[in-house]
Design a protein around this ligand. Structure first.
Ligand SMILES: [Zn+2]
Length: 309
């Protein structure tokens, strides 16, 4: 599942190609995707028909991101809200360029549209496809920002890590209210958005704090380190195009390389990369301190039992 840095990378790579483009036609091949979100979705044919006609002739003004949502703003003031969820994918194809981002693309699915293509947006300069193997994602139409806000999509979300309101003071005051583990609180996105499973483990490791540490036991200096590392690690991940997970592709068809910087994620049983734990590279594993893993909030969690406390 893409995390915030991967969604931001997708937004950044689509932006130069589709901002300024005009919709020429829209075909929805699964009404559920455009009808609503959540588990009880219906195949509302009226909504589908409305979605297919309302965008025609309209122009894309900008692409925004809030947490893992992409908002496609139109010059007419209306907008589309896109959430890729587990396996959603946006692919832009033009005569000269194939731009894809989101989830894996199977070799056999390179030719578009394919059996997992659920929306085809024909633009004046190419085609934007929404593909989704498991169909948990959605693309919803809203008349304006107010209508979007009334739907409360973002109500449970905390601040963006780069928001000016996300200050150390704010973070400290919020985080100490919780008795649950730091990773659980970061994962639920209520204090700050952006730390999914990968980045939670990386932030905790960089801060020398165990993912299972109760928030109300964190010292001031630990909170400061966690705060600093959230911003730094997410920023670095966005700048590297996100992490390349399985076949996850960036919108320009390349792979994000933040995975090269992962210190603990996916490295259970490997020597701890902290020099304090393993000062020199030895050939025998006998004295090395190895990374361990556990399950926290239902997610595989990797940590160093020695330098994280
Ligand atoms: Zn260590």
């Amino acid at each position: 599942m893409p995390e915030l840095p991967e969604v931001e990378s997708l937004r950044l790579s689509l932006e130069p190609y589709i901002v300024g483009s005009t919709f020429e036609s829209v075909t929805v091949r699964n009404a559920k995707i455009v009808t609503s979100h959540g588990t009880k979705r219906t195949h509302d044919k009226n909504k589908q028909a409305e979605f297919e006609t309302i965008l025609i002739g309209k122009k894309i003004k900008s692409l925004e991101r809030r947490a893992k949502n992409i908002i496609i703003n139109l010059t007419s003031g209306d907008l589309l809200l896109v959430h890729l969820k587990m396996t959603g994918q946006l692919v832009f194809e033009s005569a000269r360029k194939l731009i894809s981002g989101g989830h894996p693309i199977e070799e056999s699915e390179n030719k578009l549209p394919h059996k997992h293509t659920y929306i085809i947006f024909k633009l004046n300069n190419g085609t934007l496809y929404y593909n989704d193997v498991r169909q948990f994602g959605y693309v919803l139409y809203y008349k304006n920002k107010k209508e979007l806000n009334d739907k409360k999509h973002f109500d449970k979300l905390g601040l963006e890590p780069f928001d000016s309101e996300f200050t150390l003071n704010y973070f400290k005051n919020e985080i100490i209210k919780y008795k649950s583990p730091i990773k659980t609180v970061l994962l639920n996105q209520k204090v700050v958005v952006g730390c999914g499973n990968i980045y939670c483990d990386e932030v905790c490791f960089a801060s020398g704090v165990l993912p299972m540490r109760r928030c109300d036991t964190l010292s001031e200096s630990e909170i400061k380190l966690i705060y600093k590392n959230i911003i730094e690690i997410i920023d670095k991940a966005i700048n590297s195009g996100g992490s390349s997970i399985a076949n996850y592709l960036l919108a320009d068809g390349t792979r994000g390389n933040y995975a090269d910087y992962h210190k603990v994620y996916g490295k259970k049983g490997k020597p701890c990369p902290n020099k304090k734990c393993n000062p020199k590279k030895s050939n025998s594993n006998t004295d090395e301190i190895l990374l361990k893993s556990t399950t926290l909030s239902g997610r595989t969690t990797v940590f160093c039992p020695t330098c994280q406390i």
